[in-house]
Design a protein around this ligand. Structure first.
Ligand SMILES: [Zn+2]
Length: 353
């Protein structure tokens, strides 16, 4: 008999609403994630302290751990400090670095992770990957998906706008990433996981088409859900393909070529996506995407994040080397500097100023 269905690795709890943090302990108890209330909570030194005051009353049995930064060493240190504590679960409460550290540390000590992001900067909050700085630069480590994701929209609204806006660029870039996947399917015969593609595409389209902005909870709800679905789409396909194509290669190229000056992940991915849409001849879609990114205050030109057009050409030309084996519009066109220059001039004209 054929397998009639498949199990999808996904969180047991996804709780996205205003005030979600106020009864975090109750939610974890009700969902049988933590009977005893014994939790290890990882927070940052800075903004984490403020949150601690707010969350501590609902987590009376928790031990609190301050995480230094976003390095592999920080994550290993955290795992070492928590081990032997007989916890039910690890709670990562903070921005992307804290969540990634907590993901890695939880995996290392064999505990489930509850992700409580305090901004919406990218789609890593519910993905099976921890991105950590190591001695060689930056590494992506496979980890289990979080068992629960709790996003308090009141907390998100209080985060610096730039860290919320960036997530829009990451979500919208799904639309470009899926177009790359379809191209690889047509040209190279790469198999598309239809469910992963559907989840990632719908997440990207929902954010792209939503008329609201980061000041209203309706939009933040859709954005948070989109980022969660993008993470689960990656779990479904078993790699980052549904949410990462030429857009992300351009982003990685910025990070690698200009490590000191790189902008936020989502900012670079949004710019990369708008340009990649133009490269593939989807001019109308590119212009629309650029207009949406602009409306949200996100960059659509390299100068808007402090890069010259020449540096952008360099990044676009270098981009395919950042993900060997991934076929996108960049590998397909195999552009040289002069061609990139010409296409960029057309792109700038198309999106207007
Ligand atoms: Zn991303």
């Amino acid at each position: 008999m054929p397998v009639l269905t498949r199990l999808i690795p996904s969180p047991v709890v996804v709780d996205i609403r205003a005030g979600a943090l106020d009864d975090l302990g109750g939610v974890l108890a009700d969902e049988r994630i933590s009977h005893s209330g014994k939790l290890a909570v990882a927070v940052s030194g800075g903004s984490g302290a403020r949150l601690r005051d707010r969350v501590a009353p609902s987590l009376p049995g928790a031990d609190w751990y301050e995480v230094g930064g976003g390095t592999l060493d920080d994550a290993i240190k955290l795992a070492g400090a928590m081990k032997g504590g007989h916890y039910d679960a690890v709670v990562g409460l903070g921005g992307g670095k804290i969540i990634d550290c907590a993901k890695f540390a939880a995996a290392r000590v064999g505990l489930p992770l509850v992700a409580v992001p305090t901004n919406l900067a990218h789609d890593g909050l519910c993905s099976p990957v921890a991105t950590l700085d190591n001695d060689a630069g930056r590494g992506s480590y496979g980890v289990p998906n979080p068992i629960a994701v709790v996003i308090d929209l009141d907390v998100i609204r209080a985060a610096p706008a730039r860290f919320v806006r960036a997530g829009i660029g990451d979500a919208v870039s799904n639309v470009s990433a899926i177009a790359d996947w379809e191209l690889a399917n047509r040209v190279k015969g790469e198999r598309i996981d239809g469910l992963a593609a559907a989840m990632a595409r719908q997440a990207g389209e929902a954010v792209l088409r939503h008329p609201g902005g980061i000041g209203d909870n309706e939009f933040l709800q859709v954005l948070a859900e989109a980022l969660v679905l993008s993470g689960i789409a990656m779990s479904v396909s078993g790699d980052s393909r549904p949410s990462s194509g030429a857009c992300h290669e351009i982003n990685h190229a910025f990070d690698l070529l200009f490590p000191e000056r790189a902008a936020a992940h989502g900012e670079q991915c949004g710019l990369g996506a708008a340009f990649a849409m133009y490269l593939r001849g989807a001019h109308e879609e590119s212009v629309h995407m650029a207009a949406v990114l602009r409306r949200h205050g996100l960059p659509v030109l390299p100068e808007e994040i402090g890069f010259t057009p020449e540096e952008f050409f360099q990044a676009v030309e270098y981009a395919p080397q950042t993900r060997p084996g991934r076929y996108t519009i960049l590998e397909h066109l195999d552009l040289k500097t002069d061609q990139i220059k010409d296409l960029y001039a057309d792109y700038v004209k198309a999106i207007g100023s």
